[in-house]
Design a protein around this ligand. Structure first.
Ligand code: NAG
Ligand code: NAG
Ligand code: NAG
Length: 743
């Protein structure tokens, strides 16, 4: 009786299933029970048209859909989840998602989208999560998201946003978390966050904010968590954070030298402040922050002398949990502040660095700031921007508002920058002089620019820099000298730039790096030398830059890995050697940086041989390894690389015989795309290493395979035994199999 009922059910269901199955696009996998369709990494150039109408989840990751045309999803109106990550999407036409009124999740991460228009998002009236991470979005127009009344998470991380205009997020009535991390935000308009009463969390970390957007943030009356870490802010003034509901505030890894003791008085519910990895030597008690319970000052050069006594006493009285390791004086180095006795915290010697002592908030009256501006320029005192871009100027204009923070002079014809060219710009943070035909910088050219952090001199004709050129701009941290005429490193300049952090020298004609070329650059973290003509890096060229984290030497003329010059770089984490004519790599080539290296680029080099211990010392720490487009036949053992997130082995002519078995086994266990294909022998040319059958006859092939296969078999068997209609099942599987092979 059960049998016949089963048969009845099967025959009742079968026709329906068959129809659905027929509609499944050949290269996709359709789960017609759950209504999921997956077409992963298939090079599709458009959304397949034969997807079952009832599909609820569609996964199109890793295809090649450059344009999403209007109405692309009209045939599948029941979608709730749509994933279009890594599809090379460049544009989304008007009405692209029309008809998707049930969609709650849309993932467009890792594409090439540059613009988001309101019309592109038409019809997504139920959308709750929109992921636009890792695109090329530079600008968002107000109202772009105004139709997304149910959105609760918007992720715009890792784009190229520089500026947020007023009302840019209007209409996001239910938004809970807005993520803007890892952009290049400089300026946030006062009303940028207006109309977001439900926002709980705002992530603005890893941007280029040089001061806190106090007023803009004050519109966020319901926000409880604010991430601001990794922005180049040096000072937090009185009442800088004015957020009625804020509880957790992250201010880590900024460049803070001073935090006013009244910084948080307008944020009455603040509970936690994270200040780790800043430059604070002293902090006053934050007595008016009544709810503050946790403060973290690890990674700051805190000097536990009498200046810190009031702070310590306050933490005890107010029962604030304070993580404050002392950096000095000598006797207390490494001790926790709370473990010291106040009475021992003395002030005998010199006061801590004068310039870093809390200074009274410098809010001098701006006076004529609103009226002053050179005739040919446009000044916007509210944003503290002045702009004379592409005006055909031959001399640098004078008379900018005294509060200007960003001055854009790019694309003019200055030829030379004389001494004292920027008088009265004490607050200037960012100066743009790209493409100005500059050949000469005179000593004192930037004097008086006490706050200058970013200086852009790209695309000029500069070939040398006198040591005195950067006098008077001691805060300069980011220096752009790419696309100029340097034939050697501008060595002498570093001594006047004690805070230099990032140096761009790509696309010059530098032919070698000599001993002490970076002398004086003790704070330098990132050096970009791509696209020069470097043939040699001498062993002591880089060692003065002890803090170096990133070194780009790609597109040069190096014939070997400059192993010797990597000694003495204890925190180097990224090394780029792509596109150098390096034919072979010797044992231990990266040993000097093995303990810190995370990302290694060795692609496009014409590499013919990697010795078996070329990667000695590198292991679980490594996050990415690029070896693509080279000419070797094998790679060294990669088994110790257990932490990889990216590995690229494309376009390498692997010789697929038993010697490659270790690689094949390693790939089998990996859940990353590797891209390795066989180059030889001829009969397997073009096969994926991962799929090639040549390894099956190799000694050692069966060992792990066998072990793995065993329990699977057992499981399959017991399942089959339990199943009432074993024969039907296998019959169906067979039917599906034939259908597939026919298609
Ligand atoms: C994808 O398409 C491009 C161009 O249409 C082609 O060059 C490439 O080989 C294709 N890749 C795969 C995996 O089919
Ligand atoms: C944060 O800053 C510290 C020192 O200031 C540095 O060692 C660390 O690498 C930084 N962290 C990141 C993620 O950049
Ligand atoms: C303070 O921050 C550091 C660095 O993130 C962390 O290791 C430490 O645990 C934090 N301290 C407390 C008390 O949370």
């Amino acid at each position: 009786m059960w049998g016949s009922l089963g048969l009845l059910l099967v025959s009742a269901l079968f026709p329906v299933r068959r129809v659905a199955a027929e509609r499944c696009p050949r290269i996709c996998i359709c789960d017609n029970i759950k209504h999921h369709v997956t077409c992963l990494n298939k090079n599709l150039t458009e959304v397949p048209i034969t997807i079952p109408q009832v599909t609820q989840k569609l996964d199109l990751r890793g295809n090649n859909i450059k344009v999403i045309p209007g109405g692309a999803f009209l045939p599948i109106p029941y979608l709730t989840h749509l994933n279009l990550q890594r599809c090379n999407v460049e544009s989304i036409e008007e009405g692209a998602f029309r008809g998707l009124g049930r969609l709650i999740y849309l993932n467009l991460a890792s594409n090439n989208i540059a613009f988001i228009y309101q019309e592109s998002l038409d019809g997504l009236s139920s959308l709750q999560q929109l992921i636009l991470e890792k695109n090329r979005i530079e600008e968002i127009k107000p109202g772009a998201f105004s139709q997304l009344g149910f959105l609760n998470f918007l992720n715009l991380g890792e784009n190229f946003l520089v500026y947020l205009p007023d009302m840019v997020f209007q209409g996001l009535q239910l938004i809970k978390w807005l993520r803007l991390s890892h952009n290049a935000l400089h300026v946030i308009a006062t009303e940028a966050f207006a109309g977001l009463p439900t926002l709980r969390r705002l992530s603005l970390d890893h941007n280029e904010l040089q001061s806190l957007p106090t007023e803009a943030l004050s519109r966020l009356s319901g926000t409880t968590r604010l991430d601001l870490g990794h922005n180049p802010v040096t000072y937090i003034g009185e009442e800088a954070i004015e957020m009625a509901s804020l509880k957790q505030l992250f201010l880590d890894n900024m460049s803070l030298q001073d935090v006013s003791h009244k910084a948080f008085v307008k944020s009455p519910l603040l509970h936690t402040v994270d200040l780790h990895n800043n430059q604070l030597q002293v902090l006053q008690p934050l007595t008016e922050a009544a709810h503050l319970k946790k403060i973290n000052l690890t990674g700051n050069p805190v000097v536990c002398t009498c200046y810190m006594r009031p702070f310590k006493e306050w933490t005890e009285k107010a029962r604030v949990q304070a993580d404050v390791p002392c950096a000095g004086p000598g006797a207390f180095r490494g001790e926790q502040l709370e473990s010291l006795r106040s009475i021992d915290m003395k002030c005998g010697g010199p006061a801590p660095d004068e310039k870093r002592l809390p200074s009274p908030a410098t809010r001098e009256p701006e006076g004529d700031a609103k009226t002053k501006c050179p005739k040919v320029c446009a000044c916007s005192p509210d944003f503290q921007h002045s702009n004379c871009e592409n005006r055909g100027l031959q001399k640098i204009p004078k008379g900018f508002p005294g509060n200007t923070q960003l001055l854009d002079l790019h694309q003019n014809e200055f030829h030379s920058i004389p001494k004292g060219s920027f008088p009265g710009l004490k607050k200037l943070v960012s100066l743009h002089l790209q493409s100005c035909k500059i050949a000469e910088l005179q000593p004192g050219a930037f004097q008086g620019l006490k706050k200058l952090i970013y200086l852009y001199l790209s695309n000029n004709n500069i070939a040398a820099i006198d040591a005195a050129v950067f006098g008077g701009a001691p805060q300069l941290s980011y220096l752009y000298l790419d696309h100029n005429g340097f034939t050697r490193m501008p060595t002498a300049t570093f001594s006047l730039l004690p805070n230099l952090f990032s140096l761009h020298l790509q696309h010059n004609s530098i032919s070698q790096l000599s001993d002490n070329d970076l002398a004086g650059a003790g704070q330098l973290r990132w050096v970009y030398l791509s696209g020069n003509r470097i043939t040699r890096v001498s062993p002591r060229a880089l060692s003065p830059a002890k803090m170096l984290e990133k070194l780009h030497l790609d597109e040069n003329l190096l014939q070997e890995v400059p192993t010797g010059s990597l000694r003495g770089l204890p925190v180097l984490s990224e090394l780029k050697l792509s596109k150098n004519p390096i034919k072979s790599i010797a044992d231990g080539a990266f040993l000097p940086v093995a303990r810190s290296l995370l990302h290694l680029y060795l692609d496009n080099m014409g590499l013919e041989q990697l010795s078996s211990r070329a990667f000695a010392g590198l292991g679980p720490r490594m996050k990415s390894l690029y070896l693509d487009n080279n000419n070797m036949y094998n790679v060294p053992d990669l088994r110790s690389f257990t932490g990889l997130e990216v590995i690229n082995l494309r376009d390498i002519p692997f010789h697929c015989d038993c010697q490659l078995l270790p690689l094949r086994k390693w790939i089998d266990k990996l859940n990353l795309r590797v891209g390795a294909t066989c180059g030889s022998p001829a009969e397997v040319h073009g096969q994926k290493v991962k799929l090639s059958a040549v390894f099956k006859s190799c000694p050692g092939w069966g060992i792990e395979k066998g072990r793995r296969a065993h329990p699977d078999k057992v499981k399959a068997k017991t399942k089959a035994e339990r199943s009432p209609s074993k024969e039907k099942r296998s019959g169906k599987a067979q039917a599906r199999g034939t259908k597939k092979s026919k298609a």
